[in-house]
Design a protein around this ligand. Structure first.
Ligand SMILES: Cc1ncc(COP(=O)(O)O)c(C=O)c1O
Length: 409
């Protein structure tokens, strides 16, 4: 049996322990296991946003564009780049993940014509599948989904222009073989676009090393960028001037203040921008990116694996007749930084956990998802969460909650 003092001893030896102090912890007793959905607020963000409002907007007014705002999306992209193994000038902060997916998938399929099939994994984030299906249909083709990334090879026929997948599966947490699958898609003549939303800031990524063409991801999960923070997009340098994205806005125009009537895409990564960047949200996203870069993705990954391993060990210690099954890979190397437990009463259990001060999330139809954000999740938080879960199940507390899903889960 793993004891609470053992979990506390792991915290005492944790090289990242001090990073928790960099975040706003307004309810010390809250066990927040949802940093994989919305990360915590860095203390530095509070000061930074206040300064941006008071000084840049309040005093600087329109002059702030010239004084630095214009370059900021690229500069922040350069700061994020090492976290995904990209070089300077290959990453841009802009728009939402879904919109970046549309832009890059369309650009890829346009370049791949007459190939017009997109292949993805049926377990990919559903919104990604909606976007990809729309992109393929616009190109006169279709989206083909397979059962898990292991099955991609069989679907890679000569009609396929693009393979798009999530690096870490949003439900199971399963980590895909980025380098292997990218190589296989390239051998079949297709480009590759990875969704890094559930891996950036949690798992080491090497897009350049793996020869990845395109990637997208959000900054509000493990990067702690804030609700609706601008997403990022990556385009390999050698492809940037070969691809044209479909939304021809002035921020992607060569000389945006020339106001020419014809669209001439800017050189490099700038052509993947569309319109005016949400500066306050972008500035709010900076501190989280910097904290992850400072901590180092190697140490973050080590702790993430140890935290999810503790979750699996504590899951194994739950009485066998409670009705849970592990819906994530057992080996820490094969998963990202969350684990999923499936249970027919998953929704009620999620509500009971929230009532008890444990915040997981629920993913229909039956998944209770528990995230470990290594920068601030403690081993003792995981221990306490499983302790409360066991108490809930033994007392049947969850049965008092409705089975009828409603609102945000
Ligand atoms: C894997 C994945 N892709 C895409 C999205 C959609 O992101 P956005 O709402 O920023 O477009 C999410 C949102 O959680 C996600 O988890």
């Amino acid at each position: 049996m793993i004891t609470r003092p053992q979990a506390k001893a792991l915290d005492a030896a944790d090289p990242l322990a001090g990073f928790r102090d960099l975040f706003v912890i307004s309810e010390p007793d809250l066990l927040y296991l949802d940093g994989n959905s919305l990360g915590r607020l860095p203390k530095a963000t509070v000061a930074r946003v206040r300064e941006a409002v008071d000084d840049d907007w309040g005093r600087g007014l329109v002059r702030s564009w010239q004084a630095g705002w214009m370059q900021r999306p690229r500069e922040v992209g350069d700061r994020l780049a090492p976290l995904i193994g990209a070089g300077p000038g290959e990453v841009l902060l802009a728009d939402q993940t879904s919109l970046n997916l549309f832009k890059l998938a369309t650009a890829a399929l346009d370049a791949a014509a007459p190939r017009s099939t997109i292949v993805s994994d049926a377990g990919n984030f559903p919104s990604d599948l909606y976007v990809l299906a729309g992109v393929a249909e616009r190109a006169g083709g279709s989206l083909v989904t397979v059962d898990g990334p292991e099955s991609f090879s069989a679907a890679l026929d000569p009609s396929v222009g693009l393979l798009s997948a999530s690096h870490v599966n949003f439900k199971s947490g399963k980590l895909a073989d980025m380098a292997g699958l990218t190589g296989r898609a390239h051998d079949a003549g297709a480009m590759v676009l990875w969704d890094l939303s559930h891996s950036v800031g949690a798992v080491p990524i090497d897009v350049n090393g793996a020869g990845v063409d395109l990637a997208i991801g959000c900054t509000y999960k493990y990067l702690n960028g804030g609700p609706g923070a601008p997403a990022f997009l990556y385009v390999a340098r050698h492809l940037q001037d070969q691809l044209t994205q479909p939304i021809h806005g002035w921020w992607g125009q060569q000389d945006m203040f020339g106001f020419d009537l014809g669209y001439q895409p800017a050189a490099g990564i700038d052509r993947f921008a569309v319109g005016t960047m949400p500066m306050l949200s972008l500035i709010a996203a900076e501190s989280g990116i910097e904290i992850s870069a400072e901590a180092g993705i190697g140490v973050i990954r080590e702790k993430g694996m140890a935290l999810t391993a503790l979750m699996v060990d504590l899951f194994d210690e739950l009485p066998g007749d409670l009705g849970f099954s592990l819906a994530s890979p057992r080996d820490a190397e094969d998963r990202g930084s969350h684990i999923s437990l499936s249970h027919p009463d998953g929704y009620r259990i999620t509500q009971a956990l929230i009532e008890r001060g444990v915040i997981p999330d629920f993913r229909a139809p039956d998944i209770v998802r528990l995230g470990a954000a290594p920068l601030y999740t403690r081993y003792v938080d995981v221990w306490d969460a499983f302790d409360r879960l066991r108490q809930i199940m033994e007392s049947g507390e969850h049965l008092a909650f409705t089975e009828q899903r409603s609102g945000v889960t």
